[in-house]
Design a protein around this ligand. Structure first.
Ligand code: CA
Length: 229
């Protein structure tokens, strides 16, 4: 597994590099956004760890250009503050996950491994989250074994949620991935579609699955640690 670290703080970069090498990852390090983007586009990495505040190009610019160039490598962003804006902006631009500095190495490792698992899941035909099963080939969905009939859009939204469990999925992300449209032109339809999807998935079940994250988007919860609402 090959990882690229784009981080200008040398101490942090060295600490991550050493830790990941001990876990048997092949690691490359880049200290600015321009070099990071160049490497990311020229080498097939499994995961990129991308700092937000970087010289030459910010992490946000790097992720935007990567996605514009159709680079699908999983990206974990490192944000300096626990700012919802930063996190949402990163996800909107196409980052797969984020970690707020300072963090423990064990947590970074867990996130990197989760991203690698998700890459494998992308190739899978069946997605599973809690008691939900979605078959990408037959386009059938069941919850607790009970078949659930969905429209094409509802199916697309659910598949996107199931690929990103326990993560805030923004409306912009849904617009681009499910409708293939700019957010402005479909903003009304998104909420209505999610509303119907929730009705179909949650009616008759005690446990709710889709949570609204106010001002940010939605989250499909795989953990039962709090009541979804
Ligand atoms: Ca930095």
């Amino acid at each position: 597994m090959r990882v690229l670290i784009v981080e200008d703080e040398r101490k942090v970069a060295r600490f991550l590099e050493r830790g990941l090498k001990e876990e048997r990852f092949a690691v490359d390090v880049s200290h600015d956004g321009e070099d990071g983007l160049f490497r990311a586009l020229s080498t097939p990495y499994d995961v990129i760890i991308l700092d937000v505040l970087l010289p030459k190009k910010t992490g946000f610019e790097v992720i935007r250009e990567l996605r514009t160039m159709r680079c699908k490598t999983r990206v974990l962003m490192l944000t300096a503050r626990d700012s919802l804006d930063d996190r949402v902006q990163g996800l909107d631009l196409g980052a797969d996950d984020y970690l707020v500095k300072p963090f423990a190495f064990a947590e970074l490792l867990a996130r990197v491994r989760a991203l690698l698992r998700r890459s494998e899941q992308d190739d899978a035909i069946t997605l599973r989250v809690v008691d939900l099963v979605l078959d990408l080939r037959t386009r059938k969905v069941t919850r607790g074994g009970k078949p659930i009939a969905l429209t094409a859009r509802e199916f697309g939204v659910l598949a996107h949620f199931m690929r990103h469990p326990d993560q805030v999925v923004t409306r912009t992300e849904l617009a681009e991935h499910v409708w293939d449209e700019q957010f402005d032109s479909v903003s009304n339809v998104i909420d209505v579609t999610v509303y119907h999807l929730r009705e179909k998935l949650e009616r008759g079940f005690d446990r709710r699955l889709i949570r609204t994250v106010r001002g940010a988007g939605y989250e499909l919860r795989s953990r039962d640690d709090e009541t979804a609402g």
